[in-house]
Each structure stands twice: as structure tokens, then as C-alpha cells.
Ligand binder design. Structure first.
Ligand SMILES: Cc1cc2nc3c(=O)[nH]c(=O)nc-3n(C[C@H](O)[C@H](O)[C@H](O)COP(=O)(O)O)c2cc1C
Length: 330
């Protein structure tokens, strides 16, 4: 019997496949389906700091356009503001409670945030609703000229949330930092239970017919997994928390590589949109088949076997220049 169990954020998972935050995890029946097809855990669709505010803003705008309400009962605006926020937040709390009632796998809530303001008290309600852990998708925008120090902002958010909740907190980051290795190591020392590398950044494109800017691909490509694999291989032996690999994991080969690099779990999203929840079982079977071929009976036996500390040539992960490689190409 193969042992696919893995510990992530202090939680015991039956296997290392975690469904990443997305609309597939935004309702209980889908979550049940993901569990049925073998998911080890789910990260719920994020509740967005902006989303809550924007909903309230829209309703406020409508009320303002209706001058009767606006002029005569301007206090209504305060009511709508609070009410709309409450409706959104309650729906999220119900999602957590519903999922916890219906599935046995760990349910990780998710908040997409950019500041340590308003929303942090909501983390307590998430905990009280029964979430097994909380993932913070800290989406600071690298094009934002106002923020001078992303790392400090992230640490402020973490500190505030860790003061608020006792459940494990994971932090999902983007792949754009001035000094990635240092940032990852520092964040791992803040008291968080895990790091998720990386969130997939929105990609723009240009339509050459209309010559307009358009949205690029929403889904990742299978080759994108290499980016997180590199940092996980380099740092999994040194960080003081769990590591989840995310972005571009579409195949069992990518899952195996991430575990060999030292990841505790992998998060899947795009592949499930493209191929359906059935893919989870297919990937798990392929993982087991590879383990059998290699003579492994548990993940622990090969986790980190190809981390930078354990490979003969760590420079493969460290090198950023291609000079020598290209020099050999005729
Ligand atoms: C349709 C869609 C919705 C997503 N929604 C969220 C979200 O609410 N919160 C979040 O942290 N990430 C969200 N993501 C990002 C995914 O969780 C994941 O990090 C990203 O897609 C990379 O993984 P993949 O290559 O397996 O798709 C979303 C991705 C997709 C494609």
C-alpha cells in the first residue's frame, strides 16, 4: 500500500494534491466533487479585500443616482455599505461551514489582500467558522509606485493576522521580488506555517489585428512549473515553514519534480479547468506508478532528494546566466 500522506501547515493530508484557490472551490458541491476525485485538501476561492469594497461602492453609487434616497435618507448609505459587506462576508462564512460539514479533507480559506487594514478582523470569523487554515494571497502590485518596500508591507499584514488567529497561516506570494531568496527565508521566519510559490500574475497581450491591448492567457502552461521548482529546490532545506508549489503544475512529472525539490504539496488549478476534476485521480495513479518503478513506498522517501543541498551540482539551481550553456550551442 502506497503512503502518499504529506504534512502541510501542520495538517495531515492523505496526498500532496491541494486544489488551489479558484472558482472551482467557490461552492460546496464542487468541493465535494474534488474530494471524490482524490484531492488532498482545498483552498477556497479568495474573498478579496477589493471585492468587498467594490460591491459596497456599486450599491452606494446606485443609491447616489437615486437622489430621493440619497438626499432624504443619507444615512441609508451607511446602512447599505455595512449591509453589502456583511452579505459578502456571511456568504463566505457559509461556504466554510458548508464545506467543513460535507468533506473530510482540510479546508483552507483564502483572503486576497494588499494591506493590513479593515479585513484582518474577518480572519477571526474565518477561524470561528471552522477553516483548518488560512491562506493569504498578498497581491502587492509591482507596478504600484506608492509602495516602496513590499517586504515590510507583507510582514505587517502577517503580524496583524497572526495576532488575530490561531489556525495555521500560509502566505502566497508573487514571483517578483528584488531578492527572492532573502525574502522567502525572511518570510518563513515570521511565524507563518507555509509559503505558496507562486501566485500566477495576470498577463497582458496585444491583438495584432485590432492593435488593442487585451488580456493574455488566464491559464498557466505546463512549462511554468520550473520557476517555483527552482526556489523550492534552493530553499526547502532552509525555510522554517511548509512549502507549496503552485503555477504550471499540469502533469505527474511536474508533481514528482516539485516533491523531489522539497515541496510538501502542490497546488493545481489550470489543469483542472482544462481537463476536469477526474485529472486528480489520474495524476495520483501516475505518481504511484512512478513510485513503484523507483521502489518508493512513501513520499517521505524521495521528498527533497533533488533539493539543492542533496544534488551533486547545486549550481544548476543557482545559475542565472546562460553564457556557458549558449557557448556550447553551434
Ligand atoms: C479562474 C481562476 C481563478 C482564480 N482565483 C483565485 C483566487 O480567488 N485567489 C487566489 O489566490 N488565486 C486565484 N487563482 C490563482 C490560482 O490559485 C493559482 O495560483 C494559479 O492559477 C496558478 O496555478 P495553475 O498554474 O495550476 O493554474 C485563480 C486562477 C484561475 C485560473
Amino acid at each position: 500500500m502506497m503512503d502518499l500522506t504529506s504534512k502541510y501547515l501542520g495538517l495531515n493530508l492523505k496526498n500532496p494534491i491541494v486544489i488551489g484557490s479558484c472558482s472551482l472551490t467557490s461552492n460546496v458541491s464542487e468541493i465535494k466533487k474534488l474530494e471524490k476525485h482524490g484531492a488532498g485538501a482545498v483552498v477556497l476561492k479568495s474573498i478579496f479585500e477589493e471585492e468587498i469594497l467594490m460591491d459596497a461602492e456599486n450599491q452606494l453609487q446606485e443609491a447616489k443616482e437615486n437622489s430621493f434616497i440619497y438626499d432624504k435618507y443619507s444615512e441609508t448609505l451607511d446602512y447599505i455599505d455595512i449591509h453589502v459587506k456583511e452579505a459578502n462576508l456571511n456568504a463566505y462564512i457559509q461556504l466554510i461551514k458548508g464545506a467543513k460539514k460535507e468533506v473530510l479533507i482540510p479546508v483552507i480559506a483564502s483572503i486576497n489582500c494588499v494591506s493590513s487594514a479593515e479585513w484582518t478582523s474577518f480572519a477571526k470569523r474565518i477561524e470561528e467558522a471552522g477553516a483548518d487554515a488560512l491562506e493569504l494571497n498578498i497581491s502587492l502590485n509591482p507596478t504600484d509606485m506608492e509602495i516602496r518596500d513590499f517586504e515590510t508591507t507583507i510582514k505587517e499584514i502577517i503580524q496583524k493576522v497572526l495576532k488575530t488567529v490561531n489556525i495555521p497561516v500560509a502566505v502566497k506570494i508573487n514571483n517578483s521580488f528584488t531578492h527572492m531568496a532573502r525574502t522567502i527565508l525572511d518570510l518563513s521566519e515570521t511565524g507563518i506555517a507555509g509559503l505558496v510559490l507562486f501566485n500566477r500574475a495576470y498577463t497582458p497581450d496585444i491583438d495584432i489585428n485590432t492593435m488593442e491591448a487585451v488580456q493574455g492567457r488566464s491559464f498557466s502552461s505546463p512549462e511554468n512549473f520550473v520557476e517555483s521548482m527552482r526556489w523550492i529546490a534552493l530553499l526547502s532545506d532552509q525555510v522554517n515553514c511548509s512549502m507549496a508549489a503552485s503555477s504550471g503544475i499540469h502533469t505527474s512529472e511536474a508533481i514528482i519534480k516539485q516533491i523531489l525539490a522539497g515541496a510538501d504539496v502542490v497546488q493545481l488549478v489550470s489543469v483542472l479547468y482544462e481537463k476536469g476534476a477526474e485529472q486528480i485521480n489520474i495524476l495520483l495513479n501516475e505518481l504511484e506508478k512512478w513510485m513503484t518503478e523507483k521502489g518508493f513506498s512513501s513520499l517521505k522517501q524521495f521528498k527533497g532528494k533533488a533539493s539543492s543541498k542533496n544534488v551533486g551540482n547545486p549550481a544548476v539551481f543557482e545559475r542565472i546566466q546562460f553564457m556557458k550553456h549558449y557557448a556550447g550551442i553551434n
